[in-house]
Ligand binder design. Structure first.
Ligand SMILES: Cc1ncc(COP(=O)(O)O)c(C=O)c1O
Length: 419
């Protein structure tokens, strides 16, 4: 059959990722609660801090032969890697070693690199039955990988079901370090907002070691905790290298997108020796000489001048305010037949409507009557289930807008359910 290939590139001239779609979060006519990104009041502060950090770094460069503009060290400049490690050690209240850190351009690219370098492409990816929808799309691009959804409980992945899947499918990879991967978001899960319990995290380590898979944690929300407690201990810290049976079965994939700004494209991998050896000798890190040397240099100054730290605190306080105000409305006004678990951090609230209700239909009503948008649950599911759920993000809009929108959603829901 003859194929007619297009002869012109359509050029949409977008201003940002969400331009020209239902998700245009800057559209003043709609309150879009779908997008997981910081809003303009947060991003605008970046102008001042990055101006300071850039001037600071350029002064150094004039006496350093402009070395920053040379190909960089594959895993990143030492000063930025220790800047990241110190920042995280403080935020996590748990040691992060700079020798474990590899600079990336964010978690999306970090995941792509994990898949292309560490995982047998004839192998398996285990995912939560609801998970970050764009990660699912990334996995599907590697079309020889088999994706297996696993039940998600309120305290984390269902360990028995995961074990059964690992047992049934495991094989010995001849070509790559790991035959399989479990993609996890253990802290402030996207879309459900849950955290995995200590018990589940410990069991995950045992399982990962027993079947020798890699658990790749999307740790992009970890530092955004709003309760009285400290940060949740990340899974990477459970894979203790002093254990007798330690092999290196967890990699932490982090990002400054939510803490500073997604346009920065700056993140990190926290990798055990077994992974780091492979990553640092791979073409993707070697050919380019670090994924983003220039940005790394500016970021090193941002850490040194403590501007990253003060910005991150401001951002966290604002998100916390938005999350608490939104949950208060839900606690007081969400119909009793609907449920939500109050998140202790992160961006997202997952609302469950009665089983028979389709959130896609309710969205249509909300858009029509209130001009409010959110993302229906099936968008996060590998097999298009969870239609009775939806996800809202607290990140973009100010507290007052969140309060107004949530009141409208609750009132609309009461009408919709004939209450
Ligand atoms: C779980 C998760 N991982 C990764 C990303 C994207 O992160 P980055 O901007 O670092 O690529 C997001 C953003 O929504 C996310 O929710």
């Amino acid at each position: 059959m003859e194929v007619n290939y297009p002869r012109n590139n359509e050029d949409k001239k977008l201003e940002h990722l969400f331009d020209d779609s239902d998700l245009n979060v800057y559209d003043q006519n709609v309150i879009n609660l779908g997008v997981g990104a910081p809003g303009p009041d947060i991003l605008v502060n970046c102008c001042e801090i990055f101006e300071k950090a850039t001037i600071h770094r350029m002064k150094k460069e004039t006496v350093n032969q402009g070395m920053l503009f040379q190909y960089g060290p594959p895993v990143g400049l030492p000063e930025v890697r220790s800047g990241i490690a110190n920042f995280l050690t403080e935020a996590y209240k748990s040691e992060v070693k700079s020798e474990d850190i590899i600079v990336t351009t964010g978690a999306t690219q970090g995941m792509h690199i994990i898949l292309s370098t560490l995982i047998d492409l004839n192998g398996y990816i285990f995912v939560d039955e609801v998970t970050y929808m764009v990660a699912l799309e990334t996995f599907q691009q590697f079309n020889t990988l088999k994706i297996i959804p696993v039940k998600l409980n309120s305290d984390g992945v269902d360990i028995d079901e995961l074990r059964a899947g690992l047992k049934k499918n495991h094989f010995k990879s001849e070509s790559k370090s790991y035959w399989g991967l479990y993609y996890a978001i253990p802290t402030y899960h996207n879309p459900t907002g849950i955290i995995f319990s200590k018990d589940i995290l410990e069991k995950l380590i045992s399982l990962a070691r027993e079947f020798d898979i890699l658990v790749a944690c999307d740790d992009v929300y970890n530092t955004l905790y709003y309760g009285n407690n400290d940060a949740q201990k990340r899974l990477y810290a459970y894979d203790n290298l002093n254990d007798e049976d330690f092999k290196g079965n967890v990699i932490s994939n982090g990002s400054f997108s939510k803490i500073i700004g997604p346009g920065l494209r700056f993140g990190w991998l926290e990798a055990p020796p077994r992974c780091k050896i492979i990553l640092e000798s791979s073409g993707i890190f070697n050919s380019g000489g670090c994924l983003n040397n220039f940005t790394s240099g500016i970021m090193a100054s941002l850490f040194e001048l403590k501007l990253a730290q003060s910005h991150a605190k401001m951002v966290k306080d604002l998100y916390q305010e938005r999350m608490l105000a939104t949950c208060e409305i839900l606690n007081n006004h969400l119909p009793k037949s609907c449920k939500f678990i109050e998140p202790q951090g992160g961006y997202f609230i997952w609302i469950k409507l009665p089983e028979h209700v389709d959130a896609n239909d309710f969205l249509r009503v909300c858009l029509e009557n209130n001009k409010i948008f959110f993302i229906p649950g099936n968008r996060f599911s590998f097999d298009n289930s969870f239609k009775n759920c939806f996800r809202i993000s607290i990140a973009f809009h100010k507290k007052e807008v969140m309060i107004r929108a949530m009141m409208q959603i609750c009132d609309e829901l009461k009408k919709y359910l004939n209450l």
